[in-house]
Design a protein around this ligand. Sequence first.
Ligand SMILES: [Zn+2]
Length: 359
Amino acid sequence: MFDFHITCNDNASPACSAMDTYNRAGQIISDNLILNTKIIVEITVERRPETFWGATYPAKVFNNLDDIRRYFPTALIKQVQPGFPPEGTDIFITINSSRDPDTYYPGTGQIQANQHDFLELVLHELQHGLGFETVWYQLQGNDLFPDFDYTLDNNGVVTFQSFKENIFDYFLVVHPIGRGVERTTPYVQALNTMAGPFGKTYNNMGDFYNGVIQQQQQQGKSYTKSMLSMATLPYRMSFMANDGNDPIALETTYNPFKLGSSISHFAKDVYSTTSDFLLISESQAGKTLEDKVAAYGNDPGEGMGPDLRSLLATMGYELRIPGSPPAKSSNKITTNNSTDSKLKSVVNNRNKKKRIVAL
Ligand SMILES: [Zn+2]
């Protein structure tokens, strides 16, 4: 249920000819999830100056829900809305071949102590492509903002449209010190009201952020300061899975905040040696995916653990593996006609902005 297309910008990299590995990763996901529509994945292999190993961007479409723009990965929408236009790439993955010396490519002998398994990397990146990613990554000093849609003219004038949320963020909760669990969607809604209305202009990006920070101060609120604090303290953010499942602790131990790693991973100090090892942000070297499945107990997920399956099911994917948590979220994605037509109307405008989630 996956089609992989490879763009090779570094002919020396084994990643250019690792089709068996890509297909194997796709098969593992198909063994875990009931997929009824093909997911198109574009893999670009190139030498990059950054240290990231793999970076992923899911194509998304939005719907205006709860007075904000909520984005859904096309990989998911395809599964839950029959007839959703299937053309176009759903998942963009960049493989950084500068990391080849410490990458283990299956079929090349034994994995070395410094090497990370390429199959594990591909399987990990694909999960981001299925929608495991936050929009809470715009860092401004001591404030963390969700990403937002806007236009910029030649003079740098910002025309605000809307703060946004990924379907992943809809299930995000914070645990502020001394208070109960709070969902973050109301934060986004409040910030949207402060920054808007739709079409409001700001002289430049600095004015925009300062304006929203000042608005919060005037109203005695501290959403964006609190979010940076929650994102950089252990055990302060979770993903609320469907009823019957425990909250999933997310990665909030990096201080300073680490773009591409913070929030969009499982907490490594909780999960690194459990059956949900796959989605921590720093893969353990020297063990293949198979080694870890054997060591940490992962039958029958083949590397996809129970909390990962639960997270995917909560976002709307249907689980194949029996005995898993409640199979499918019933109310998280509206599929009425108006939703359908809105999603279709924006399909030609797939958000191609290359925001990456780096391993
Ligand atoms: Zn990652």
